[in-house]
Structure formats: C-alpha cells, structure tokens
Design a protein around this ligand. Structure first.
Ligand code: HEC
Ligand code: HEC
Ligand code: HEC
Ligand code: HEC
Ligand code: HEC
Length: 307
C-alpha cells in the first residue's frame, strides 16, 4: 500500500512538472536547432567540420552540405573548415546560414616573399607582432638559430669557437658542392647554394614561422634521403596570405586547417637524415619504433603541447 501511494505521488509530480514545463515553453516553439549549409563555388561541400568558434563540439556537413547545430546562447560565431579550403565564419543569427568556403590556390608561388617573424610595428604582417608568446618560445628554441648557431658554423667552414679559420673539419673544404645539403634543413628558405655565413634577409632566421606554416604536405617515401624542404610540399600564395595550422575555427580568411600539423611525419624530413652516407639524424625512425608511437603519441604531443 505504501508503495502504491508513493507511486501515485510520483505520477502526480510528473504530471505537474510536465504542466509547468509546457506552460512556460509552449509546445509550438521548442528551442530549434540551427540549420545551415556549407558550399563553395561549385555547390555543396560534404564533410566540412562546423562548430561554434572556441567550442569543442562539432558536426559534419552532409552530402547536400547541410548541418544542424544546437542553439548556443554563449557563442555567436560559427566556423566551417575542410582541408584544401580556407576556414570561413558567419554570425549564428545570419539568415540563411550559408558558409561559403574558398578553395586554396592550386599552385605554389615560388616568387613569394617570406615574412619576417620579428616583432616590428612598421611591418604589420610580422608574426611576432600578434603571436608574442609563440614568438618568444620559438626564439628560445634551436629552430630560430639553426642557420647561424656557432657549432653549426664551426662545422660548416672549419672555424673554431673563437672564429679562427681552418682549424677543424670543414664542409666547405671537404664537400664544396654539398653546401645545399645543410641548407635543406638548417636554412630551408635560403637559395640552394647560398653561403650560410651571409644569408640574405629572412632566411637567416633558419627554421622560421612562415616557412613552417606554408607546409601543405610532407612526403615519407624517401625519408632520410630527401632532406628537409625537399621532402616538404609548400603552398605559397600569389596574393593575400595562407597559414596552415592545427586550428579549424580561425576565420580570419587566411587560415587553413591541416591534420598534418599534429602528425609526426610533418617533422620527419628534417629529423631523419643520411648525410654523406652516414645516418646522422635518426629521431623519426626511433619514434617509429618507440612505445610512444604505439600509445598514439606524436612528436607534437611531447614537444609542442599547448604551444
Ligand atoms: C618547426 C616548424 C614550426 C615553427 C618554426 C613554428 N611553428 Fe607554429 N606550429 C607548428 C606545428 C607543427 C603546430 C601544431 C602544434 C600542435 O599540434 O600543438 C603549430 C601551431 C601553431 C599555431 C596554432 C596553435 C596555437 O598555439 O595557437 C600558431 C598560431 C602558430 N603555430 C604560429 C607560429 C608562429 C607565430 C611561429 C614563429 C614565431 C611559429 N608558429 C613557428 C610548426 C611550427
Ligand atoms: C625545416 C626543417 C625542420 C622541421 C620541419 C622541423 N625541425 Fe626541428 N630542428 C630542425 C633543425 C635544423 C634543428 C637543429 C637546430 C640547431 O642547429 O640547433 C632542429 C631542432 C629541433 C629540436 C631541438 C632543439 C631545440 O632546442 O628546439 C627539437 C626538440 C625539434 N627540432 C623538434 C621538432 C618537431 C617536434 C618538429 C615537428 C613538429 C620539427 N622539429 C620540425 C629542423 C626542422
Ligand atoms: C635532414 C636534415 C638535416 C641536414 C641535411 C643537416 N642537419 Fe644538422 N641538424 C638537423 C637537426 C634536426 C638537428 C638537431 C637535432 C638533432 O641533433 O637530432 C641538427 C643539429 C646540428 C648540429 C648541432 C647544433 C647544435 O646546436 O649543437 C650541427 C653542428 C649540425 N646540425 C650541422 C650540420 C651541417 C654542417 C650540415 C651539412 C653537412 C647539416 N647539419 C645537415 C638536421 C639536419
Ligand atoms: C595582425 C595580427 C597577426 C599577424 C601579423 C599574424 N597573425 Fe597568425 N593569427 C592571428 C590571430 C588573431 C589568429 C587566431 C588564433 C590565435 O589567436 O592564435 C592567428 C592564427 C594563426 C595560425 C593558426 C591557423 C590554423 O588554422 O591553425 C597560424 C598557423 C598563424 N596564425 C601563423 C602566423 C604566421 C606564420 C605569421 C607571420 C608570417 C602570422 N600568423 C602573422 C593574428 C596574426
Ligand atoms: C613521449 C614524448 C616524446 C615524443 C613522442 C617525442 N619526443 Fe623528442 N624528446 C622528448 C624528451 C623528453 C626529450 C629530452 C628533452 C631534453 O633532454 O631536453 C626529447 C628530445 C628530443 C630532441 C633533442 C632535443 C635537444 O635539446 O637536443 C629532438 C630533436 C627531438 N626530441 C625531436 C623529436 C621528434 C622529431 C619527434 C617525433 C618524430 C619526437 N621528438 C618525439 C620527448 C618526446
């Protein structure tokens, strides 16, 4: 009997509760999902990632380019991304809700002028003006000094720590036609046969921001033998900008999502090298054989976490 009474109370409470809910939110207008569509010049785009900017939840557009997102009162902007396109954004109350993605240029522009990383108010495009924290991290890393650190130059031209010439082993004396071999990884934006002691402009910054973020693909067929930039496909624009990266909701119109940036193979052509017949650099192959790889850890998991 006690049981039946409590059941009755529960039922009554449910009915009352339902009544309260529906009297506040009439059935005729439940909070509706946002509906939109992702397209490009030639029609709908399937498989684009769509999310509220800064939110971790995302949905994929269907074969007609359509997507549905739950309403979100905290966030106003929606971004869509797909590899091969620039990331695009719209306000969530736009109607109709259409995200039109722009395709990346088909061809690399070899005459592109590299942007300097150094903060400088007179050069508005310099990376360090806006990415101060990342710039400081990079400045403290080996990448920023790869073309001009002293140990490197000592091997390069046989000088010693004090700069006295012809003291030690010298690449320039032993392999005069092999200069480009070092450039490929240590000064990837220098001309092939450039003298590393007098590098022009931005190329003296070694492995710099703009170079790293123009990498569109990394080949692994001839790892160890195809060095640095020759194992990397670049995409440099003829107008405007392109930055590839791991983020898929940066809708400044210049950025493009690339999964590659979270994968070890991105680092491989520079961090694996047989140089003049000797396996000098073996980090990538060590990783391939490591337990870390089996646990799904990429180079970036340990070396660039949160950067
Ligand atoms: C050796 C190549 C390399 C260099 C040099 C480099 N980056 Fe990156 N950057 C990457 C990779 C790879 C990622 C993705 C890392 C990850 O998964 O966390 C990344 C991530 C980023 C991101 C997005 C993630 C975030 O933390 O905001 C920005 C922005 C960025 N880099 C800007 C810069 C700037 C600015 C510089 C120079 C000061 C720079 N990068 C130098 C390879 C590089
Ligand atoms: C374009 C070639 C290139 C690419 C791409 C590259 N590196 Fe390097 N990296 C170098 C060179 C050259 C050095 C040596 C710098 C020097 O002379 O000390 C280096 C040094 C390093 C060092 C040690 C020095 C330090 O203090 O930072 C780490 C760690 C490193 N790289 C991690 C990575 C990771 C992780 C990736 C991929 C996300 C990567 N690199 C991609 C060329 C590259
Ligand atoms: C395949 C890419 C690659 C090539 C080619 C290459 N390096 Fe390196 N070099 C690296 C990387 C990556 C590092 C740092 C990480 C490591 O030692 O594994 C490095 C580190 C060094 C260092 C140590 C730097 C320091 O700060 O102590 C010296 C010196 C050096 N390289 C000289 C040379 C010279 C000289 C050549 C040309 C004969 C050359 N490298 C060719 C990728 C390369
Ligand atoms: C005028 C300011 C400004 C300048 C200059 C600038 N950026 Fe950015 N960049 C941003 C902002 C804002 C974002 C949004 C994400 C963030 O805050 O990290 C961004 C995002 C990025 C991303 C992330 C792209 C993605 O989809 O993952 C990369 C990579 C990047 N910038 C690289 C660079 C490089 C390399 C340079 C220099 C050649 C540069 N930026 C110059 C403001 C700037
Ligand atoms: C499980 C985490 C982890 C992974 C994955 C990993 N590393 Fe490391 N790596 C480390 C640690 C820890 C060190 C030692 C750091 C030190 O001594 O400064 C190191 C050292 C290095 C060094 C020498 C740094 C120096 O100052 O001489 C280079 C270069 C390097 N790693 C590159 C890579 C590359 C490239 C990959 C991917 C192919 C990779 N690492 C994958 C954790 C990792």
């Amino acid at each position: 009997m006690r049981f039946r009474i409590s059941l009755l109370i529960i039922l009554l409470a449910l009915v009352a509760g339902t009544w309260v809910i529906f009297s506040r939110h009439p059935v005729s207008s439940p909070p509706a999902n946002l509906q939109g569509v992702v397209i490009d010049d030639s029609g709908p785009i399937q498989g684009a990632k769509v999310r509220y900017q800064g939110s971790s939840h995302f949905v994929l557009s269907d074969a007609e380019g359509r997507f549905h997102l739950p309403p979100n009162s905290d966030r106003q902007r929606i971004a869509a991304s797909k590899e091969g396109f620039f990331i695009e954004g719209v306000m969530s109350n736009d109607s109709p809700l259409t995200l039109k993605l722009k395709r990346l240029p088909a061809k690399d522009n070899e005459n592109y002028t590299w942007v300097d990383p150094t903060p400088n108010p007179a050069q508005h495009q310099n990376c360090g003006n806006c990415h101060k924290e990342i710039f400081d991290e990079w400045s403290a890393s080996g990448h920023s000094r790869s073309a001009n650190n002293r140990r490197f130059l000592n091997l390069y031209d046989g000088t010693d720590w004090q700069g006295r010439p012809h003291v030690g082993w010298s690449l320039r004396d032993e392999h005069p036609d092999g200069i480009g071999v070092c450039n490929a990884c240590h000064a990837p934006t220098a001309p092939f046969d450039a003298d590393l002691r007098n590098l022009p402009g931005v190329s003296a910054h070694g492995v710099h921001c703009d170079f790293c973020h123009k990498i569109a693909n990394a080949l692994t067929e001839r790892i160890g033998f195809t060095h640095g930039r020759y194992g990397l496909e670049l995409l440099r624009p003829s107008q405007g900008q392109i930055f590839f990266g791991p983020l898929d909701d940066v809708d400044r119109g210049e950025d493009s999502y690339a999964a590659l940036y979270s994968e070890s193979r991105y680092c491989a052509s520079c961090h694996e090298g047989v140089v003049f017949g000797a396996p000098v650099y073996t980090t990538y192959s060590e990783w391939l054989a490591s337990p870390a790889r089996q646990e799904g850890k990429q180079c970036q998991t340990c070396h660039m976490a949160g950067s």
